[in-house]
Ligand binder design. Structure first.
Ligand code: MLT
Ligand code: ZN
Length: 477
């Protein structure tokens, strides 16, 4: 909720930028790559959360060397820096407060050649995920991290948030698909980690430490990404599923099926209705079922009829569509990929991308629904997400009749029950969106005080002055 997040202590208070600092920045990058007008800077305020920011100065370096020079300059002037990519994040990790410099990585957009023996590609931080996919496709390869925001989301942001997406059940998260990172420390020093090695057992894994660090330890400027064979024979099912328990049965049945599961995504009836109403997608799907599953598979054999017949005979699904052609598959995927956008059109939304062990997800969601029924509420609950990863998304959307204050009050009441419940299920407060500023209150339900102390020590050892993306993930005392 915007107001709640904005009242957080996001950063140490900063004086306005001095004219000397701005002059030095302009000397480094040229006037056209330093934005000083509020009108030009406001696009850099925040990410998709719309947590309010207030950017007044944006630097747009064009090379790693320039990033290094900008950070060294900021260190000298004690200016806090917020790295900024495609700003599709969902935790406020790119939110810029007054007095902080937004460091846009978008001009670092060099897409390297595909290494066909090592099956990698080296790209700069500002390259979009979709551009990587398009380049890899020329060689029948792919970078298997796939998310609805791929056209805008950049590699720097993906690595910094350890993005998940819709095929984690098959391929895992971003961190599995990176073999080198070039990054710049707040001091301006450039570091190169792992250099593309598949195996490297020489002590602490600093590359992995930077992945998911949300730009609080170093600014990622370039990465070598691992590629894999692009699937060409996938098939997509869109099942109507009568209950959460049947979702579990369907998943168990699918694991035993004659295929590899690429994606096992679920949505509630309300999500489908919103996508149909707001985006006019999936209008031929009957809204008769409490839940739906989009399952993408890669068959080991041509004929899946026997497996499908058993699905309906055993009552795991009551209806379904089977997308075999690329067009049909795209249409079914567009329903799942449209959920976030269609929810955003309704009004203010609070998102929880929690995680629980896969075996507990149905029980957890049933408890959430019971709790939702009990809360005197000013919001509607939309459930969807990565069922097969134990990563459901709970979206609480303000009812149009509710005031902002009443909405926030009922969210607070709901959260007070939700997070202890999550802890009881040994869950995580964020499965994939990260902590940013949005989840800082809730990290303590997933991390011990010892872990939080280690976080602070790690942060200090990379960024002793606390100038790099301050106030994200943790507040330093
Ligand atoms: C998704 O699964 O679609 C993304 O995490 C976006 C969202 O949660 O809204
Ligand atoms: Zn997600």
């Amino acid at each position: 909720v915007e107001e709640r997040a904005s009242s957080d202590n996001l950063s140490v208070s900063q004086p306005p930028f001095s004219s000397d600092f701005i002059a030095e920045l302009v000397k480094l990058l040229g006037q056209s790559h330093v934005l000083t007008e509020r009108f030009d800077c406001q696009a850099y305020d925040s990410d998709w959360t719309k947590i309010p920011g207030d950017a007044h100065l944006v630097a747009r370096p064009g090379s790693t060397a320039e990033v290094s020079q900008v950070l060294a300059l900021c260190s000298r002037y004690q200016v806090a820096v917020v790295p900024s990519g495609g700003r599709t994040g969902l935790a406020g990790g790119a939110t810029v407060k007054k007095g902080q410099l937004a460091l846009s990585l978008n001009r670092l957009n060099r897409l390297g050649e595909v290494d066909r023996i090592g099956r990698t590609i080296t790209v700069q931080a500002g390259v979009t995920v979709e551009s990587v996919h398009q380049k890899a496709k020329e060689f029948s390869l792919t970078w298997p991290i796939d998310l609805a925001s791929k056209g805008t989301a950049t590699i720097g942001g993906n690595l910094s948030t350890n993005a998940g997406g819709v095929r984690v059940i098959r391929y895992g998260m971003t961190r599995k698909w990176v073999t080198a990172i070039e990054a710049v420390l707040m001091s301006g020093e450039i570091i190169r980690l792992n250099d593309g090695l598949e195996k490297n057992n020489t002590g602490y894994d600093l590359l992995q430490l930077l992945i998911g660090a949300e730009g609080t330890l170093a600014v990622v400027t370039e990465a070598t990404l691992k590629l894999t064979k692009r699937s060409t024979n996938s098939q997509v099912f869109f099942f109507h599923v009568p209950s959460l328990e049947k979702l579990n049965d369907l998943l168990t049945h699918a694991w035993a099926g004659p295929f590899q599961i690429n994606a096992f995504e679920f949505l509630s009836q309300d999500c489908l209705k919103l996508v149909q109403r707001n985006l006019k997608r999936g209008n031929n799907v009957e809204t008769d079922s409490p839940f739906y599953v989009l399952m993408e598979v890669e068959p080991f054999q041509d004929d899946l009829t026997t497996w499908m017949e058993a699905t309906f005979e055993k009552g795991y699904a009551t209806n379904g569509a089977h997308g075999q052609s690329p067009e049909q598959q795209k249409e079914l995927w567009s329903i799942r990929e449209g959920i976030t956008e269609s929810i955003a059109q309704v009004g203010p939304v609070v998102k929880y991308d929690v995680a629980v062990p896969v075996k507990s997800i149905a029980e957890f969601l049933n408890s959430v629904r019971t709790q939702y029924q009990k809360t005197p509420r000013q919001f509607d609950l939309y459930l969807f997400g990565h069922y097969g990863d134990g990563s459901p998304h709970l979206n609480l959307v303000k009812q149009s009749s509710a005031s902002q204050e009443a909405f926030e009050a009922s969210i607070s009441t709901f959260e007070k029950e939700l997070f202890p419940l999550l802890k009881q299920f040994k869950g995580s407060a964020s499965s994939e969106h990260g902590v940013g500023v949005a989840k800082k209150h809730w990290v303590k339900f997933s991390r011990t005080p010892t872990e939080m102390n280690l976080f602070a020590m790690i942060k200090r050892s990379f960024d002793p002055k606390g100038l790099l993306n301050p106030g994200k993930i943790i507040d330093l005392a």
